[in-house]
Design a protein around this ligand. Structure first.
Ligand code: ADP
Ligand code: ZN
Length: 741
């Protein structure tokens, strides 16, 4: 009988919305090979061959056969589980991204999909132990019999091993294979991470810690979804507590995922994990070698990576059986990805946990307002760790009013450290303790200006000033990476020796610190001095060994480090983050400064924090001083509620960009004309983006604002679906935007 050839749907990893139809591949006997949803296949697309995944749902039987291409390869990798396929669909739908782009994040390691040609191994053919009956006595020499006695039907023998064990030459092995009594097969190398040691006792938990740890462990054992906020000040033992939950997941035989904001900065975290569990976890971040990426991806898919710690992209891995997700420092903005697929890893992690029937823990000392509102409305539960472990107190926070305590000029130029701060540093150093100066700005000076004509040095490709980096003797754009030497003359008026740096960056604070405290050992900790995990680790070790006593740093120093002798933190410009029309500016400033402050006095010595500010009455400064996080959240919630801003309303940003300003403005004007009228929602724009020029592209923004009950995705879909953008113009929708540049 002539059957219709069988077809299926395959989602390929291109930016396309939906799966394409393909013919199932033909086996050597000429019949089609049946595939199940989730299997990873290679398919022809145009002139290319790309990986894809057999997708759920039936192919369209009305498409003429001659239009269909055949699947040309099937990967040996285990099929993507239904849980992950559903998750990919959900993320694509929520973020308005093509399903193929989201899938590509899950299949981010093409080499991992290839069938691995492994070692050639031998096994006994079933029934082959009765060799005499099959092949006749004469041909079954005693040498051959020895091999048959040794080889097992489960296999695993290389030819060399087999010959050695049987005490024969390897030609005997070949002969037996020809007779069909043993057979060879190929086995791929086994990718796995060693299993952590369970039941090794962790530290003795305090009663509060124990309550939290037991609660989490029970949730893990229950194998049901719930979201728990683990709320405790820095140093309260959140990490120790969630380690217990990680252990519980492993005891269940399930995998655990720990998402950290910046894995490269967490050598201390990895050391702690190793100390607690005896082995290193699998890591997932952008610095892995290709070989390690492949190994890790395959091990995760095979369920042979019990614990994965990683940056946000670790969320997309093909876990075999995920039993717990931890999002540490859940309030961190770096969980939001802002290129390709715009997604927030914390929020999507909650969705993934739901699909995996497992608990998710959001840990932070300063949970996001969104998170706290979800606690209040009962969607999330909360466990509180009330104090610092071992009774270390919270540091005292004092405000220095820069309007009255103006930093004195130095011989070399303006100074940035007030008398009060200088005095405190001196005291700290004299007491043999460590001090840290915090300024969230890389480089030497954020702006270079001509004294003669007032010209400011600007990036040729972006709406941004060039930042001087004196260490590299260069000017840099922090948006596109453009770099140039500092010119000798002003590019505008040609005056010589007229360019002056304006404002401080951390390099300039280092200069001032060395000048004021020549006897101190000053070190700089910034993302451009800590480019590799090794460099980071070296720096952390130097601080821990007290080779450094005056540390200057950007936000990289705020991230979870524990330096027992650090007792003073001075914030050079506490107001810095408050400017720039970002709805979370106050919240972010509070979180960052709170976290920086938390670096002070984590051991027996009491910590002290000095904030230099020109606006001491600001709620951020006042609540930091009072140490009253909840009051800050209350004030912030009121402000947002009044403006119908998230989490009390919803936002989606639409960023339209292109190389030709006229064409861009024309297109934006036609978008503006077709803005729909919707009850409970409005669309603002177009406005030039604050970064109106970025990497040589002009940019305009629209903002969709809606009531909480209305999804901005639907509005964006129907509005933007009406108009096709010219080919050079790119339209990006950023649902729940975090950046407003
Ligand atoms: P957090 O994650 O809340 O900042 P950590 O888990 O890092 O807190 O704990 C801070 C410090 O206190 C770490 O050095 C940790 O090892 C230590 N610590 C916390 N709880 C205990 C405990 N029960 N016993 C011993 N040391 C603890
Ligand atoms: Zn630039």
């Amino acid at each position: 009988m002539n059957r219709q050839p069988l077809r299926c749907r395959v989602q390929v990893i291109l930016p396309i919305e939906k799966p394409y139809d393909y013919l199932l591949p033909y086996g050597p006997d000429g019949t089609q090979i049946e595939l199940e949803p989730g299997q990873i296949v290679m398919v022809p697309v145009g002139r290319r061959t790309l990986p894809g995944v057999v997708w759920d749902g039936a192919a369209d039987e009305n498409v003429p056969l001659k239009k269909l291409k055949e699947i040309i390869g099937v990967s040996e990798v285990p099929p993507l589980r239904e849980e992950l396929r559903k998750f990919v669909e959900w993320v694509a739908n929520y973020t308005l991204s093509p399903q193929g782009s989201v899938l590509k994040m899950a299949l981010s390691v093409p080499q991992a999909l290839e069938n691995l040609v492994g070692q050639k191994l031998y096994r006994l053919v079933v029934g082959g132990e009765n060799g005499e009956a099959d092949v006749g006595n004469s041909r079954l020499t005693s040498a051959r019999q020895k091999v048959i006695d040794v080889v097992t039907d489960s296999g695993g023998w290389t030819s060399a091993d087999l010959a050695r064990e049987a005490g024969v030459s390897s030609s005997v092995v070949k002969g037996l294979e020809k007779l069909g009594l043993i057979e060879s097969y190929f086995e791929a190398p086994d990718f796995f991470f060693p299993r952590p040691e369970l039941d090794v006792k962790g530290p003795e938990l305090s009663p509060d810690q124990k309550v939290a740890a037991d609660d989490l462990a029970i949730r893990v054992q229950d194998r049901t979804f719930s979201t728990v906020v683990l709320d405790g000040v820095t140093g309260s033992g959140k990490t120790e507590v969630y380690f217990e939950a990680v252990e519980a997941a492993m005891k269940e035989g399930r995998q655990a995922l720990v998402l950290l904001p910046e894995i490269a900065l967490s050598s201390q975290w990895l050391d702690r994990f190793k100390k607690r569990f005896g082995v290193a976890p699998a890591e997932w971040h952008s610095d892995l070698t290709p070989a390690l990426r492949r190994k890790t991806w395959r091990a995760v898919a095979a369920g042979k990576a019990p614990v994965v710690v990683g940056a946000r992209s670790a969320l997309m891995l093909p876990y075999r059986d995920l039993g717990l997700i931890i999002v540490d420092e859940e309030h961190e903005g770096s969980f939001k990805q802002e290129d390709g697929v715009y997604y927030h890893a914390r929020d999507m992690a909650v969705v993934r946990a739901k699909g995996c029937d497992c608990p998710i823990v959001l840990a932070s000392a300063t949970p996001a307002l969104e998170t706290m509102v979800n606690v209040q409305n009962g969607r999330y539960e909360r466990l509180i760790l009330p104090g610092r472990h071992g009774g270390a107190g919270m540091p005292d926070v004092e405000l220095i009013d820069l309007r009255f305590d103006k930093p004195e000029r130095l011989q070399s130029g303006p100074g940035w450290l007030s008398q009060a701060l200088r005095g405190a540093i001196r005291q700290t150093l004299e007491a043999g303790e460590q001090a840290m100066l915090f300024l969230n700005r890389r480089g030497y000076a954020p702006l270079t200006l001509c004294r003669t004509c007032g010209h400011r040095l600007q990036c040729p490709h972006c709406t941004a000033w060039l930042v001087e980096h004196r260490r590299f003797r260069r000017l840099q754009c922090h948006h596109c990476g453009f770099a140039a030497a500092l010119p000798e003359k002003c590019p505008s008026c040609e005056a010589e020796d007229s360019l002056v740096p304006c404002g401080p960056g951390v390099e300039r604070i280092v200069e001032e610190a060395k000048l004021l405290f020549p006897e101190a050992n000053v070190a700089l900790m910034a993302s451009d001095t800590m480019t590799t995990p090794t460099a980071t680790k070296e720096m952390v070790d130097r601080i821990q060994n007290r080779e450094v006593n005056l540390l200057v740093g950007t936000q990289v120093v705020a991230k979870g480090y524990h330096f027992p002798y650090l007792t003073l933190v001075g914030v050079v410009d506490a107001d810095l983050g408050l400017f720039g029309g970002d709805l979370r500016a106050a919240e972010r400033t509070f979180q960052l400064l709170h976290q920086v402050a938390g670096r002070a006095g984590r051991a027996e010595h009491k910590g002290r924090v000095l904030l230099q500010t020109s606006d001491p009455k600001h709620p951020v400064m006042q609540t930091l001083k009072e140490g009253d996080r909840d009051k800050f959240l209350e004030i912030e919630a009121e402000t947002r509620a009044r403006g119908h801003l998230p989490p009390f309303g919803r936002l989606a940003a639409v960023i339209v960009s292109g190389p030709d300003e006229g064409e861009l403005d024309n297109f934006c004007a036609s978008l503006a004309r077709s803005i729909p009228q919707i009850d409970g929602a409005q669309i603002l724009g177009p406005a030039p983006a604050p970064l109106a020029l970025l990497r040589g592209k002009f940019r305009r923004r629209f903002l969709i604002m809606s009531k909480k009950s209305i999804a901005p995705q639907g509005i964006a879909r129907s509005w933007l679906g009406q108009l096709k953008a010219p080919s050079r113009i790119k339209v990006v929708v950023d649902v729940d935007p975090y950046s407003f540049l």
